[in-house]
Design a protein around this ligand. Structure first.
Ligand SMILES: [Zn+2]
Length: 64
């Protein structure tokens, strides 16, 4: 079961969730309850990153 990373666009809260690929992704932020959650791809399950996922700039996927 792959581990997915999510980030809330409303409050910037990041969280991880294990679920099957055919399962529905979470839509609600556990922190602020807004439905602004989107997937992050900072650590793809089958691919090794050649940069550190703990890098401060890679860690904060706020964007637009
Ligand atoms: Zn939130």
């Amino acid at each position: 079961m792959p581990l997915y990373d999510y980030i809330c666009d409303a409050c910037g809260h990041e969280f991880e969730k294990w679920h099957r690929m055919d399962e529905k992704a979470p839509k609600t932020c556990p922190e602020c309850k807004h439905q602004k959650v989107r997937r992050q791809f900072k650590s793809p399950p089958a691919v090794h990153n050649h940069y550190s996922p703990m890098h401060p700039r890679a860690n904060r996927g706020r964007g637009y």
